[in-house]
Write a protein that binds this ligand. Structure first.
Ligand code: ZN
Length: 133
């Protein structure tokens, strides 16, 4: 793993959260993207070298909807940048981590992604992401 790629924050209302975070960061999101397969609308902010992703559920079965129902809004996942997501998934499986996807899938912001169960990582949902070239 190379670095933290972004932090994901679960929000109830993306439009309102975008307005709040635009004030906080003094800039607009550089990207808005709906990921239909995940049931989320997302926005991305770039703060210096750091990315922040805001996520709103687009349907009640979305993982974000369930997260907010249980825990409320807040930090949802920490994403790490990897060079070879397949190799890293194999390595982590061998180390005993529970990976939530059999295969990497297409995430927001032009990435292949997979998630590691929070029970495997002290309560933190970990996302691995590899840039699609
Ligand atoms: Zn993410």
């Amino acid at each position: 793993m190379k670095k933290i790629e972004h932090l994901g924050i679960a929000v109830r209302n993306l439009e309102e959260a975008n307005a709040t975070y635009s004030k906080l960061f003094n800039q607009e999101p550089y990207k808005l993207e709906v990921v239909e397969s995940e049931g989320v609308s997302t926005s991305f902010f770039l703060v210096g070298e750091n990315k922040i992703e805001l996520l709103e559920a687009t349907n009640p079965d979305s993982a974000i909807a369930k997260f907010i129902e249980k825990k409320g809004e807040g930090i949802h996942h920490v994403a790490f940048d990897v060079d070879d997501i397949h190799a890293e998934m194999d390595r982590l499986r061998k180390e005993g981590f529970t990976i939530l996807n059999e295969e990497p899938k297409r995430g927001a912001d032009n990435k292949l992604v997979c998630f590691i169960h929070p029970k495997s990582a002290n309560g933190v949902l970990i996302e691995l992401c590899q840039e699609i070239k």
